[in-house]
Design a protein. Structure first.
Length: 471
């Protein structure tokens, strides 16, 4: 992400380079440059240095960047470029010093805060990184807030903080609703949290904008596999084998090693996060430091009811007592929640009989199929099968789901495929193939198209073999 942004900056600087005018010192033949031309020359050197760095010629890269620094040592762009060079050659202390110098020279430059924050996140300095990224967003006129919010989300994912990562990715998409990387990362998070319908919707938004990659196709295959959507599985399989045969994702698919995919590993991290004790979860991500002062519990009256409890006061607290106090409160709340769930299950849920009775569960706020499957020790695929969940069916709070026996299965409706279909606004060839449950390769062949062929609203495409229609 930083690499692309820096290259864009270099291209912009190249467009600014103008003719260099030179003057001479009185009584001497030595020529000098005006300061404005020195800055332009420095930007040209930055462009050359980054270009050499991308080609792997680190010596020439450093030579040109040092030349840029000698021409305009007060230019923040120079120190940002130097920081990027040091980052690529693993001289991390020098990179950090260069980022700090860039911010010192231009304290209102949001790009410096964003790049420095992303660098610190890669170095594991999460708290400082997030502070810098939020400072970038707060700078007036910053137009890449979506980038910084996504960087914070990725930083949170490094800490296995899936809830906050999801929130920051949502913020990124509010600033740029069609941002492909944010759509993909959020879909990956939803898959890890076993919210398959939400993950599928986000991937569909990517594909509607013709943003398809082997990573997104593999994620789509794994989602379809768990939803038992064999049509979408077949489409994804064809795309991997025919369009991306040399990709790492296709290799994993061909070898039957989907458990080693990045999405399976991310889900495993989320599962491990759920299984962590409460105290370890609180320690993994730094929490606000507060001190809880509780009032004495009022005595129980003769009627068996207690008097109202006064409000809890919160006061600042520093040191190790903050962590222990917050942990104690969280553990108390978790115990109360477990007691409530246990009481509810004992009073509302009859004891399961393996063959004679069907259990039901009501979806709660922020609950997922994965969490319910873990609670009842069943697989997600069984739960999807029992409730006929497919075709991106959303799971909402209050919905009743079957557990323990298969509910009456819904019969797959037959789809009438016309000879031709008219492309609608926002359509993509992959969406048309999924809509009519047909192979994408057949659709492309019948219409003399490739995956890169542009389509427009109002265009008609064949859904059946035109050679057969002519007979």
């Amino acid at each position: 992400m930083q690499k692309l942004r820096l290259l864009a900056c270099v291209i912009f600087s190249l467009q600014l380079v103008a003719c260099v005018t030179e003057t001479t010192v009185v009584g001497s033949d030595r020529q000098i440059r005006p300061k404005t031309d020195q800055k332009e020359a420095a930007r040209t050197r930055i462009a050359l240095g980054i270009n050499y760095l991308q080609r792997g010629d680190n010596a020439q890269a450093k030579f040109n960047l040092e030349k840029a620094k000698s021409l305009a040592p007060e230019l923040a762009e120079v120190h940002n470029a130097m920081a990027y060079y040091y980052q690529q050659v693993a001289e991390y202390d020098a990179a950090e010093s260069a980022y700090q110098k860039a911010i010192e020279l231009e304290p209102d430059n949001p790009d410096s805060y964003n790049n420095y924050g992303a660098f610190l996140c890669q170095r594991g300095k999460y708290q400082h990184a997030e502070k810098l990224l939020l400072q970038a967003i707060s700078r007036p006129g910053y137009i890449r807030a979506a980038d910084s919010y996504e960087n914070i989300a990725l930083c949170r994912l490094e800490q296995n903080d899936f809830i906050h990562a999801k929130s920051y990715l949502d913020l990124s998409l509010r600033h740029n609703a069609s941002r492909p990387s944010a759509l993909f990362n959020l879909a990956s998070v939803y898959y890890a949290m076993a919210d398959l319908p939400a993950a599928a919707v986000l991937l569909e938004r990517m594909q509607s904008a013709s943003q398809i990659s082997p990573r997104s196709v593999l994620l789509g295959y794994q989602i379809a596999q768990e939803q038992q959507d064999y049509s979408r599985m077949q489409i994804a399989e064809q795309l991997l084998l025919t369009t991306y045969p040399q990709s790492q994702e296709t290799l994993l698919f061909s070898q039957g090693k989907l458990s080693e995919s990045e999405f399976s590993r991310l889900r495993l991290k989320y599962k491990e996060r759920l299984l962590q004790p409460v105290a370890e979860q609180e320690a993994a991500v730094e929490q606000p430091k507060i001190k809880i002062i509780r009032k004495k519990v009022p005595p129980v009256t003769s009627t068996g009811q207690s008097k109202p409890i006064e409000n809890i006061k919160a006061e600042p607290l520093s040191g190790s007592r903050a962590k222990s106090a917050a942990t104690a409160v969280v553990q108390t709340a978790r115990q109360q929640q477990l007691t409530s769930v246990s009481t509810k299950s004992q009073t509302e849920m009859p004891e399961a009989e393996p063959t004679a009775r069907v259990l039901q569960d009501q979806m709660q706020q922020d609950e997922s199929l994965y969490g319910i499957a873990e609670r009842y020790s069943v697989t997600i695929s069984h739960k999807i099968s029992w409730n006929s969940l497919r075709d991106n069916q959303p799971i909402v709070k209050g919905q009743i789901l079957w557990i323990g026996q298969q509910a009456p299965r819904q019969i797959e409706p037959q789809i009438e495929v016309p000879e031709r279909d008219q492309i609608q606004y926002g359509d993509a060839l992959l969406r048309v193939a999924v809509r009519y449950r047909m192979k994408l390769t057949s659709l492309l062949q019948w219409n003399n198209l490739t995956e890169l062929s542009p389509i427009r609203a109002g265009q008609f495409i064949y859904l059946l073999d035109p050679a057969q229609l002519e007979l």
